[in-house]
Design a protein around this ligand. Structure first.
Ligand code: F6P
Ligand code: MG
Length: 529
């Protein structure tokens, strides 16, 4: 199944595909070399395998250098040489669809996927570096730089509601119970149809969306202060995680169909916050909603609110802060009773720099609640994050333990499949031979949530669609087959393909932000019923 449109390609020098191949990917590739170089220089002389590892590290560096040369000179693609399970399929695709083709001639999507698979080949051909993730250090330091936002959200989700919030109430049994609950539990405690549950939904979908703005491959040189600044803008004055673009550009005036309200604001019904503050916060949030050019949050809510103990599949994108807010949303779906099972689809190999692998998933939970093994200056155990207040530390640990218990009880499952790191667009998911097990399993789900830009590109086949093409049409078989459940894409725009816009939106946004399609400042939440 192929869409009736031309694929995006680096052959068009005015495209973001060209800019990516020409300027972004060589930097990403060079950083792999730097990482391996640092890693083998940092390894201990006492390591019995040191000599072999050093020899292999040099092999990897040479292979990656060769890859950069091939990319920069637009050399023809060559077959893969390793023995990973997906190698036959890759080489078949190369022979069938790209004979004699090369980086700038092939579709951008293929070239870029092939690049990450070639990076993996360099490691897969060694003994000691087979499972090494050359992007792990970057993922780790950006997560560390996200401390402020991570802590603020954990406190918001896990802190007991302020006891003195209502002087007219005595410490009844009911109130004591309420105090055991975190504020999100208070919001959802009145049932799936309640106002609190609905408002939390609109809030957390926005948090989940904008978490996609801080991915590493777009920040070629992730300046950690910049990451903090991006996330600071995601927080509204003292609020928790919140809907906001990672930008200060002028929004276009669009429809205000996202009635998002911060978690703080919802608990304010309980906490009696002052009305003026609420008003300010609301207008701030409305403004942010205007950066979402297609916003199907309300349609998604219509679906989610009918679900009871359902299954939701997350097709994950990036590790670090984005994964953290995905988990926040997944946690909400469980706590509200909409889902009793969440399946997270991670990547099997390091992919597009920051994508989640199963290891990253468990690592993230560990950093929230497990001591690092080192001690602080006062002798207490050190943790990955070091918030200044004990209650903040406690909130992180409680949240981490809660999430770990979901994993231990099988409520959250982490899985991976070669299909997600193949060269195939998602049009092929229902019919592709080696993805039949994956599709059969995913068909049992009630809702698929696709995160991020690359997943969006793969959903719409990375084509030159007119921006007014309906989303359900652009996703081909996934939009028309009865055995595909409802699906939604949360995506900040970082590639020159966008669909689902109303007439005139493209023209309006073009006027205020020339690079609206690729700058990560605008977004879409696209739903298929
Ligand atoms: O480099 C190509 C690309 O798909 C961009 O369009 C985007 O910047 C990045 O890779 C991946 O983004 P995401 O992590 O949101 O999928
Ligand atoms: Mg990614």
């Amino acid at each position: 199944a192929h869409p009736p449109r031309k694929a995006l390609s680096g052959a068009d020098t005015s495209s973001f595909g060209y800019a990516t191949l020409h300027s972004r990917l060589p930097v990403i590739v060079s950083k792999v070399v730097d990482d391996v170089y640092r890693s083998y220089h940092g390894s201990k002389d006492t390591d019995p395998d040191k000599q072999e590892k050093d020899i292999e590290a040099k092999q990897i560096i040479e292979a990656i250098g060769g890859l950069r040369y091939e990319l920069q000179r637009d050399k023809p693609f060559r077959p893969l040489k390793d023995n990973l399970p997906d190698v036959v399929e890759w080489n078949q695709a190369l022979a069938d669809h790209y004979p004699g083709s090369s980086w700038y001639k092939a579709s951008w999507l293929f070239s870029e996927c092939y690049l990450y698979r070639r990076i993996r080949e360099a490691f897969a051909l060694t003994q000691h570096w087979r499972d090494y993730d050359p992007f792990f250090d970057q993922k780790q330091s950006v997560f560390k730089a996200s401390q402020k936002a991570v802590v603020a959200i954990a406190v918001q989700l896990m802190s007991p509601v302020n006891q003195s919030r209502d002087s007219s109430e005595t410490a009844s049994t009911k109130e004591q119970q309420v105090n055991q609950l975190s504020s999100i539990d208070v919001l959802v405690s009145q049932g799936p149809d309640s106002k609190g549950t609905r408002e939390a939904f609109f809030e957390l979908t926005q948090v989940c969306l904008w978490g996609n703005a801080t991915d590493l491959s777009l920040l070629d040189n992730p300046d950690l202060a910049k990451v903090e600044e991006l996330q600071r803008r995601m927080m509204v004055s003292g609020g928790s995680g919140v809907s906001s673009p990672a930008s200060s550009s002028t929004p276009i005036s669009g429809s205000r169909n996202a009635s998002s309200v911060s978690l703080d604001k919802q608990s304010s019904e309980i906490q009696h916050q002052d009305a003026q503050g609420q008003e300010q916060e609301m207008s701030e949030l409305d403004k942010h909603a205007e950066f979402i050019l297609q916003n199907d949050t309300a349609l998604l809510w219509e679906k989610v609110k009918t679900m009871r103990n359902g299954r939701v599949d997350f097709i994950l994108d990036n590790a670090g802060f984005e994964l953290y807010v995905d988990l926040v949303f997944a946690d909400y779906l469980i706590r509200a009773g909409f889902a009793s099972e969440i399946v997270f689809h991670a990547k099997r190999i390091p992919w597009f720099v920051s994508d989640v692998m199963p290891f990253d998933f468990q690592w993230t939970l560990d950093q929230l609640y497990k001591p690092t093994g080192n001690s602080n200056t006062d002798g207490s155990p050190a943790f990955f994050f070091n918030p200044s207040k004990p209650e903040e530390q406690q909130a992180l640990e409680n949240l981490g333990q809660k999430w770990q218990s979901y994993v231990d009880r099988g409520i959250w499952k982490v899985t991976s499949h070669d299909f997600w790191t193949s060269c195939y667009a998602f049009y092929h998911l229902p019919t592709h031979n080696s993805a039949q097990d994956l599709f059969a399993d995913m068909s049992k789900s009630d809702l698929w949530i696709f995160k991020g830009d690359l997943n969006y590109r793969k959903l719409v086949y990375d084509c030159q669609w007119p921006t007014t093409t309906p989303f359900a049409e652009a996703i081909g078989p996934l939009g028309s087959r009865a055995d595909v459940p409802s699906l939604v894409s949360f995506r900040t725009c970082k590639a020159d393909v966008v669909v689902g816009l109303k007439e005139g939106v493209e023209e309006r946004v073009e006027k205020v932000a020339k690079n609206w399609m690729v700058g990560g400042e605008y977004a879409v939440i696209s739903f298929k019923a």
